[in-house]
Design a protein around this ligand. Structure first.
Ligand code: A2P
Length: 219
């Protein structure tokens, strides 16, 4: 939870995912700005040395330990749901545990893809990250309301197989693939249905499985 003091010193707090990797000494967050929103309309104006509130306890379900061992890790996101994946794709553990990490990001228009593109660029240009992610990290972006190279909802692209044709990869299967999902509630539910149809079992930290969904954070 991060926030700012509100009226009568009552804090205005919202749940955010930490985007920075666990080895970083900086904390990075990714947010939309909600017009007249109580927190983000103020948060957008903070300057260096201003103070923000950061709760010390963190929670979440997108934990590598909640997944059974596998070969490929698929990270499916929409909108600000990319935030936790910005951290995971810079975590050495993800690349130790999996041969390929395939991260997808779907937004309404290309402008909204700029943040994920910038993180992917860091992974390709920063020496340490490049060594870590090398040929193991695959990025797939799609838009749904503005024409782009890859147009359409990711759920449809899984069903019609076009994601596999575009990336030249094998279709997803529960035997060897593991999945994390982070997006709007409707997106999370729709993708969960698709995975259940493919025989994937949901995991939790106390009972690892084949896929996990972010529950604390709704992007
Ligand atoms: P669409 O434009 O077809 O609704 P939002 O900004 O509403 O959170 O949406 C972010 C992205 O997620 C949009 O590209 C949107 O596509 C897509 N999306 C929203 N709901 C779903 C869903 N249930 N299944 C697949 N994609 C979804």
């Amino acid at each position: 939870m991060i926030g700012l003091p509100g009226k009568d010193n009552k804090p205005i707090l919202r749940a955010y995912s930490i985007c920075s990797p666990n080895w970083s000494d900086e904390l990075e967050f990714y947010s939309i700005i909600v017009q007249n929103g109580p927190l983000t309309s103020k948060l957008k104006d903070i300057k260096i040395n201003d103070e923000i509130i950061l709760m010390t306890k963190s929670t979440g379900t997108l934990i590598l330990d909640a997944l059974l061992p596998g070969k490929r890790l698929f990270l499916f996101s929409t909108g600000t749901g990319f935030a936790p994946f910005a951290s995971i794709i810079r975590d050495p553990e993800a690349f130790e545990k999996f041969e390929k990490v395939i991260v997808t990001h779907t937004c309404r228009n290309t402008k909204e893809l700029e943040y994920s593109e910038s993180i992917i660029n860091k992974c390709k240009t920063n020496d340490i990250l490049r060594e870590l992610t090398n040929d193991k990290l695959v990025y797939y972006q799609t838009t749904t309301r503005e024409k782009s190279l890859s147009f359409g909802r990711i759920t449809n692209k899984i069903i019609d197989n076009s994601i596999y044709t575009d990336l030249k990869i094998e279709p997803i299967k529960s035997k060897s693939d593991r999945v994390m999902i982070c997006g709007s509630i409707e997106f999370n539910n729709d993708l969960k249905k698709i995975l259940l149809n493919f025989d994937f079992k949901e995991g939790a930290t106390n009972k690892p499985g084949e896929f996990v969904i972010e529950k604390a954070f709704v992007g």
